[in-house]
Design a protein around this ligand. Structure first.
Ligand SMILES: NC(=O)c1ccc[n+]([C@@H]2O[C@H](COP(=O)([O-])OP(=O)(O)OC[C@H]3O[C@@H](n4cnc5c(N)ncnc54)[C@H](O)[C@@H]3O)[C@@H](O)[C@H]2O)c1
Length: 355
């Protein structure tokens, strides 16, 4: 990662939406450790247990509980925070839940993006850098063997993916309509599936593995043959931080960026679970529990990350096998009631040492 330094964030005022979630909690821990002044705006943690509480964040940041759909409250919090940099992560992020509540998913994911961009538009100074987090699922999925590029058509199929395609379009319009002649740099970042310690969400494969282990049952795998780009959560977060810093220093670097693993990280869910079983112990097993009439999920998805690599000299640090090992290492610490903030800090330090 060329010209990247966490020192850049020391003393910067940062606004993070979705700070009580899995990615948001890791991001806040990194930013707090770097000496940033962090304000978070989000609904309460989405699961019990949750990483936000385990990571000991609340006393080290300004944590505001609020709905991203509540523009007045968001605006007031935003004005009070006077951020230099914004990371927008708050979302309804689960594909299955988007089938049961499509309208709520659109309201949160599309209007939430409108609302945060309205805050930026209203405040402008001192905001200089905005990173809108979307997903690899924003593309019209053609089951191609090669990776999607940033200029491929956006048209996610299920309501979650599609709401994120819409969030992209909303952002593109705001950039052209309101920020073209202002110093505010705005990027969207389309990350693949992330794994790591502290994800307790329903309907995600690694949390499903951990729950099965806790219950002493075989791991149930619904889509063992789906190929997805899997990467450690720190891979995505450090790409967000890199983009936030570099576009702050040079607005011309703002754009739309994919972030995903190299080809070796694009594995089937079955292969991923095999890695988890190996990292955990030899006698852990999984079962194919494909459901008839399950809601549609795309089976094949890869990203082309050339743009991120050529613009910023970015490259993946931890391969998928390492990502699984780090996840298992974190989970053991948590299950044994040991020091969770400490293992997070050790993994962050180890990751940084390899950048
Ligand atoms: N986890 C992944 O594999 C993955 C992959 C690609 C993209 N993403 C994106 O990254 C972001 C973070 O995902 P995550 O895995 O941390 O999910 P998460 O469910 O752990 O966290 C979501 C966060 O959004 C907040 N939130 C949800 N609805 C809200 C609302 N109406 N108002 C305010 N806050 C609300 C939650 O409280 C939580 O803080 C999301 O935008 C998601 O779409 C995640």
């Amino acid at each position: 990662m060329e010209n990247f330094s966490l020192d850049f964030f020391r003393g910067k005022r940062i606004f993070v939406t979705g700070h009580t979630g899995f990615k948001g909690s890791w991001l806040c821990r990194i930013l707090i450790n770097a000496g940033a002044v962090v304000t978070g705006y989000s609904l309460p943690p989405p699961t019990q247990p949750n990483l936000f509480s385990l990571a000991n964040l609340e006393e080290n940041m300004n944590s505001v509980i609020g709905n991203i759909r509540d523009r007045d409250k968001l605006m007031k919090t935003f004005r009070d925070a006077q951020p230099d940099i914004v990371f927008h992560l708050a979302a309804q992020p689960i594909v299955r839940d988007s089938y049961s509540d499509p309208a709520g998913t659109y309201e949160t994911n599309v209007m939430g993006t409108v609302n945060i961009l309205e805050c930026v538009r209203a405040l402008q100074v001192p905001v200089r850098s905005v990173v809108i987090i979307t997903t690899d699922k924003v593309y019209e999925n053609r089951n191609w063997a090669w990776g999607y590029r940033e200029n491929d058509p956006l048209d996610g199929r299920d309501p979650y993916s599609n709401s994120k395609s819409c969030a992209e379009l909303v952002t593109h319009s705001y950039v052209q309509s309101f920020f073209a002649d202002s110093p505010v740099a705005v990027s969207t970042v389309r990350a693949g599936n992330v794994i790591g310690g502290g994800d307790f969400a329903n309907d995600r494969i690694i949390p499903d593995c951990v729950r099965a282990v806790q219950e002493g049952k075989p791991i149930a795998v619904r889509n063992p043959y789906s190929i997805r780009p899997y990467q450690h959560v720190l891979e995505a977060l450090f790409a967000y931080l890199l983009i936030a810093q570099r576009q702050y220093e040079g607005k011309e670097l703002a754009g739309w960026y994919n972030i995903g693993p190299d080809d070796s990280g694009c594995v089937t869910t079955g292969e991923l679970v095999d890695m988890f079983c190996r990292a955990w112990s030899n006698n852990l097993t999984w079962e194919n529990q494909a459901e008839e009439n399950a809601p549609h999920e795309d089976n094949f998805l890869k990203l082309d990350c050339s743009q991120l690599k050529t613009t910023f000299g970015w490259k993946p640090v931890w391969d998928v096998e390492t990502a699984i090992e780090k996840t298992v290492e974190w989970t053991w610490v948590w299950l044994e009631n040991k020091d969770v903030p400490d293992i997070m800090d050790r993994q962050i330090t180890e990751y940084i040492s390899k950048i």
